[in-house]
Design a protein around this ligand. Structure first.
Ligand code: F0G
Length: 462
C-alpha cells in the first residue's frame, strides 16, 4: 500500500466525552491524591494510559453477544461458548473462569505452591509476584540479560534465560512446582517472547518434570510479534501462532481484560486433572461455581467473542503500529524509551531522562506526575516504588525506572496519539525543572496503589 497514515480499523458507534482541566485544577487534583495517580478521579484525566486492562472498547459483536448471555447458575450455554473459544486457541483440557487474572493466580498458587517453593518466570507481574510471595514462596525473575538494558535492540527481549531456568530446576529438585513465562513480558517493557524460547523452556521443564504455564494476558500481541520477527512465521495467522505457543505449555493464567478484549474476566486453563480438581474446589469457595467463576453469563459471551477479535490481523497491525509510531516520535526528539517498542505500551526510561534524580526520590514517579500536570495524561511508573521493597522489609532499587504509557484497546485515535507526542516533547524539554518525590505513607503490600508522596522542594533536593 502506498499510504502510511495509521487508521483505526473500525468506525465509532458510541462516544464517551473526555474532560479538559486547567493547570491549576490538575495541581489541586494531584495534591488531593497524595501525588499518587492511582488516587485521582478518572474524570480529571484527559487521556488515561494508566492501564490497558479492562479499559478497552467492546465491539458491536461483543455487545450483541452480551444480550444472549445465559445467566443460569450452572451449566449455562454461555460457559460452553466461552470454553469452546478458549479451547480453540489453547487446546487445554480444563477451562476455569475467574473474575480476573489475579484470581486465577491466587487459585493456582493457593492449590499447588507450598512454603519455601520457587516459581521461576521471565518477569512476574506485580500481582503474580505478590500471589507467589503470599504462599511464602519465592518468585524468581530470570529474563534474558538483553532485557536489562532499555536501549539495547533485540527482537525478543521478553525471553526467559534458559540457562538460569535449567540451573534453577537442577539445583532445587522438588521445590519448583511450576515454571511460568509471561507473554508479552509486561514488567520488562511489553517485550515479546519468541516461539523458540517457549519451545526450549518447555523442553527443559519437561525434562525436569515441572509443568510450564503461560501468563497469557497478551498472547495475541505476542503472536503478532512472532509473525513479524521470527523466521518461519510470516505466513502463519496469529491464531495458528497462538495455538503453537500454547501447545508447548501445560496450562495458563489469563486476564481477559487484556487480549480477551473484555472489561472484566479471566481464566485458569490446565491439562492436569488433579490440579484442575483442586483449583475448582478452591474456586467454589471464593469465586463461584466452575461454569461461571465470578462472572456473569454475559461476561463469558463478551470474552468468547473478544478472544477471536484480539487475533484479527488488521486490529493487531493498527495497535502495534500506533505504539511504534509514538516510539519513533520519541526517538526523533531524544526522549529515551525502552527499545524496541513493546506491544501494549510505550515505556519511557526515566533513569536516563532524569539522571539527576536519585532512585530513592523515584524519577519515574516524578515524570509521570509531570505528564499529568502538564498534559492531563495518566501513566503508570514501573519502578522502585513498585518493586523496591523486598520481602524482608529492606529497600533496593528496581532494575529500571520506567514510565509506562499503556494503550487501551480500540479506545484512542491517531489524533490522541499525536497529542500525546506533543505532551511528551514538551515535558522532555522542561525536564530540568522536574523534582523528585518523597514517600510519606506506604501500605504493607502492593504499595504503589495507595502510597502517598510529597514533592521535594528546591531546598531539600539541593
Ligand atoms: N499478569 C500480567 C502480565 C498482567 O499484566 C496482569 C495485569 C495480571 C497478570 C493480572 O491480571 O489485572 O486481571 O488481575 N496487569 C494490569 C496492568 C493490571 O496494568 O498491566 P488482572
Amino acid at each position: 500500500m502506498p499510504f502510511k497514515t495509521i487508521i483505526e480499523p473500525f468506525r465509532i458507534k458510541a462516544v464517551e466525552p473526555i474532560r479538559r482541566t486547567t493547570w491549576d485544577e490538575r495541581a489541586a487534583a494531584l495534591a488531593e491524591a497524595g501525588y499518587n495517580l492511582f488516587l485521582l478521579k478518572a474524570e480529571d484525566v484527559l487521556i488515561d494510559l494508566l492501564t490497558d486492562s479492562g479499559t478497552g472498547a467492546m465491539s458491536a459483536q461483543q455487545w450483541a453477544g452480551m444480550m444472549v448471555g445465559d445467566e443460569s447458575y450452572a451449566g449455562a450455554r454461555s460457559f460452553f461458548r466461552f470454553e469452546a473459544a478458549v479451547q480453540e486457541i489453547t487446546s487445554f483440557r480444563h477451562i476455569i473462569p475467574t473474575h480476573q487474572g489475579r484470581a486465577a493466580e491466587r487459585i493456582l498458587f493457593g492449590s499447588v505452591v507450598k512454603t519455601g517453593d520457587i516459581v521461576p518466570n521471565n518477569t512476574h507481574f506485580d500481582t503474580t509476584r505478590a500471589n507467589v510471595e503470599f504462599r511464602d514462596a519465592r518468585a524468581l525473575d530470570i529474563p534474558v540479560a538483553e532485557s536489562r538494558d532499555p536501549q539495547h535492540i533485540h527482537p525478543f527481549k521478553g525471553n526467559i534465560d534458559l540457562d538460569l531456568l535449567e540451573q534453577t530446576l537442577a539445583d532445587h529438585p522438588g521445590r519448583v512446582p511450576l515454571s511460568m513465562i509471561t507473554v508479552t513480558n509486561n514488567s520488562g517493557g511489553g517485550q515479546p517472547v519468541s516461539m523458540a524460547n517457549i519451545r526450549a523452556a518447555s523442553e527443559i521443564c519437561r525434562r525436569h518434570g515441572v509443568p510450564l504455564l503461560l501468563d497469557a494476558c497478551r498472547f495475541a500481541e505476542n503472536a503478532w510479534f512472532i509473525k513479524l520477527r521470527e523466521d518461519g512465521y510470516a505466513d502463519k495467522t496469529p491464531l495458528e501462532i497462538a495455538q503453537e505457543m500454547f501447545s508447548y505449555a501445560d496450562g495458563c493464567t489469563m486476564s481477559a481484560k487484556k487480549d480477551g478484549m473484555a472489561n472484566i474476566g479471566g481464566f485458569l486453563a490446565l491439562n492436569d486433572d488433579g490440579w484442575a480438581q483442586q483449583c475448582k474446589n478452591l474456586l467454589i469457595l471464593t469465586e463461584g461455581f466452575p461454569t461461571y467463576g465470578g462472572l456473569a453469563g454475559y461476561d463469558l459471551e463478551a470474552i468468547a467473542v473478544g478472544l477471536k477479535e484480539a487475533l484479527d490481523e488488521d486490529y493487531l497491525r493498527y495497535r502495534i503500529r500506533s505504539v511504534e509510531y509514538l516510539g519513533e516520535v520519541c526517538l526523533h526528539n531524544d526522549i529515551p524509551i525502552v527499545l524496541p517498542t513493546g506491544g501494549h505500551a510505550l515505556y519511557i526510561d526515566a533513569k536516563s531522562m532524569l539522571p539527576e534524580i536519585p532512585w530513592k526520590q523515584y524519577p519515574a514517579w516524578a515524570l509521570s506526575l509531570a505528564l499529568y500536570q502538564e498534559g492531563g495524561v495518566r501513566s503508570v511508573p514501573i519502578d522502585s516504588v513498585m518493586f523496591g521493597r523486598q520481602p524482608d522489609g529492606s529497600e533496593k532499587p528496581a532494575a529500571n525506572e520506567l514510565v509506562r504509557l499503556a494503550f487501551p484497546r480500540r479506545v484512542y485515535t491517531q489524533s490522541h496519539v499525536d497529542y500525546l507526542a506533543e505532551v511528551l516533547i514538551y515535558v522532555n524539554e522542561m525536564r530540568d525543572s522536574i523534582r523528585g518525590v518523597r514517600m510519606i505513607y506506604e501500605p504493607p503490600v502492593l504499595r504503589h496503589f495507595t502510597a502517598r508522596f510529597a514533592p521535594i522542594g528546591m531546598d531539600e533536593s539541593g
